[in-house]
Design a protein. Structure first.
Length: 262
């Protein structure tokens, strides 16, 4: 399979996530190339295992497949369209292994007592994702992002978690810490029975405390997080991907470019 066909297969696979998440499509406009979306899609695949699949054996089997894929990638024989595209781009096997292993360890972690413990548990996953997204970037760009990369990826992960709130998979893998569940007055099982309106109210409440105003990093990550933060605060749901979102995305990208130029 030639390079163009390999990339095309990966992009077709990414379309699944674009369809579910219009913010991804808008954010991709501001990416240098396809590498960012490929890394994002791999995160989504793993996060889906953690938070959106109810059956434990299915979750374990899917994550087990990805752990096997790490070995195939190291042997230069990846099977998945995303990892095939990563191999084409010379992404290190160590970086992919770090992301997959971090997801598997997170699945086995006990429920976090509080927000601080939750952030400590998921830090390896976010560090690995950041490394994937930064591969191929210049040292100057990496330096600019050093202090804000993990906070931004924390927001990225928060957005996915909040959007997953109420899915049946939440019964097995807690999205919230025990302290947050107690504050809301709901159990893990009760979250799966709430109406969309009730879940929207919880998302709005949590997004206000989880996502304080702060500078966001370069597009496309900053665009993605900004669109999600705004949608969660306004209506407790996902971005619509409409013309207003497109304008908002452009404004975020323009602000960042001015910051770098100034």
């Amino acid at each position: 399979m030639d390079d163009a066909a390999t990339t095309a297969r990966a992009l077709v696979f990414i379309e699944r996530w674009r369809h579910q998440d219009p913010a991804l499509r808008l954010a991709e406009v501001y990416a240098d190339d396809e590498g960012w979306a490929i890394s994002a899609a791999l995160y989504f695949e793993l996060a889906e295992c953690l938070f959106r699949i109810a059956e434990g054996h299915v979750r374990e089997a899917k994550l087990g497949w990805w752990l096997e894929e790490v070995g195939h990638y190291a042997d230069a024989a990846p099977r998945h369209p995303l990892t095939q595209a990563m191999h084409l781009r010379s992404v290190s096997a160590q970086s992919i292994r770090a992301l997959v292993v971090a997801a598997a360890e997170l699945m086995d972690a006990p429920a976090a007592e509080n927000r601080t413990q939750l952030e400590r548990q998921r830090r390896p996953l976010l560090l690995a994702l950041g490394e994937l997204m930064l591969q191929g970037k210049s040292q100057s760009v990496s330096g600019i992002l050093a202090d804000e990369w993990i906070p931004a990826l924390t927001r990225w992960d928060d957005c996915f978690r909040l959007h997953s709130l109420g899915r049946q998979g939440n019964r097995a893998m807690p999205i919230l810490s025990l302290a947050q569940q107690a504050e809301l007055g709901v159990s893990r099982d009760q979250l799966a029975t709430l109406t969309d309106h009730q879940l929207g109210a919880i998302r709005r409440q949590l997004s206000g405390s989880w996502m304080p105003p702060k500078p966001l990093p370069l597009p496309p990550l900053g665009v993605y997080c900004s669109l999600w933060t705004g949608a969660l605060r306004r209506r407790g749901g996902a971005p619509s991907g409409n013309a207003l979102d497109a304008i908002s995305a452009w404004r975020v990208a323009r602000r960042w470019r001015r910051q770098i130029a100034g």
